[in-house]
Design a binder for this molecule. Structure first.
Ligand code: GLU
Length: 309
């Protein structure tokens, strides 16, 4: 295997002069305060070896990266019937787009756009109060990362609750089509809180390791999902994980990945390693500019693209 620590150090060194590029998300007021020059990266291989650089142990708001965890939970609870509520096709639209919902009668294209993740939050809520559902999500992520210190940043959740008008519009729209089972306030309470999970790159890479290792976390020995489900979640991350930048990410990086507007990206090299990178400046699709570049450099240096060397 390539010398991963040398590669991570090289990526960090090459990107250091560019720190601060891109635009920090400011539509969630609490995120606007983040230092745009932060950069962290962590890789964990399937043998459990960790390679890291920069601000990799500083927690940041994982935002939409959390949608992978809630989807995994919803699939665990509802199995294939999950797909009655949300599709599996790339949207080709912005992360918070409302236009397709009208044509598709309240069934969102995929679980990683905001509308789709709101539908998934509704599924996770089944049989729970919002507080219980949020607790279940936090416990699940702690179990995945084997780290009980992981928590939600309540200020970020509050900030989004106060300004998430578009998400309220999406949820009300779905509710009007009878596509949400629970009150909009409850569903969005769950959604805003899981988006406000704060994690480090190291924690995020650990929590994704099961997707790199056929459903089983090699660090803990826990089987999280079946091989087939891990493969399918990876397929969804590859096709839908970067909103309308998913095609470009597949072209440049070639790894299943999920981005968030906090500047984090979680990526999976199946059979090899999980990776997390954080740089708050975003590109025009709302994906981390330098984070995508770091993953592109990593894929080039390792030959890890799922499409071949
Ligand atoms: N909580 C964010 C929102 O709903 C998530 C967006 C993202 O990370 O892409 O706007």
């Amino acid at each position: 295997m390539a010398d991963l620590q040398a590669i991570v150090d090289e990526i960090h060194d090459k990107l250091t002069p560019r720190l601060g590029e891109g635009k920090v998300a400011d539509y969630i007021p609490q995120l606007a305060h983040v230092d745009p020059k932060k950069f962290g990266m962590a890789i964990i291989d399937v043998d459990g070896k960790v390679f890291k650089a920069g601000d990799c142990d500083e927690p940041f708001s994982i935002q939409s990266v959390s949608k992978v965890f809630t989807l995994t939970l919803a699939l665990g609870k509802h199995g294939e019937t999950t797909w009655n509520r949300v599709g599996r096709e790339p949207s080709g639209s912005a992360f918070n787009s409302i236009v397709q919902l009208e044509h598709e009668e309240g069934k969102p294209r995929n679980p990683f756009i905001n509308a789709g993740a709101i539908a998934v939050s509704d599924l996770v809520l089944a049989g729970h109060t919002p507080r219980e559902a949020i607790g279940e999500i936090v416990r699940f992520v702690r179990y995945l990362a084997d780290d009980d210190s992981i928590a939600i940043d309540p200020e970020v959740a509050k900030s989004e609750q106060a300004t998430g008008f578009r998400n309220f519009a999406l949820a009300n729209f779905m509710r009007s089509f009878g596509k949400l089972d629970h009150p909009v306030e409850h569903v969005l309470g769950v959604y805003f809180h899981h988006c406000a999970l704060a994690m480090t790159c190291t924690q995020l890479a650990k929590s994704a390791l099961f997707l790199a290792a056929s459903g089983r976390n090699p660090l803990t020995g826990h089987t999280v999902v079946s091989k087939q489900r891990a493969r399918r979640i990876n397929a969804l991350m590859l096709t839908c994980g970067h909103y309308d930048g998913s095609g470009d990410f597949a072209y440049r990086v070639g790894l299943p990945g999920k981005s968030g507007v906090g500047g984090g990206i979680m990526a999976v090299a199946p059979g090899k390693a999980s990776v997390a990178v954080w740089s708050p400046g975003l590109n025009h699709n709302g994906n981390s500019l330098l984070g995508s570049l770091a993953l592109e450099m990593l894929a080039t240096r390792t030959g890890w693209s799922v499409f071949g060397q």
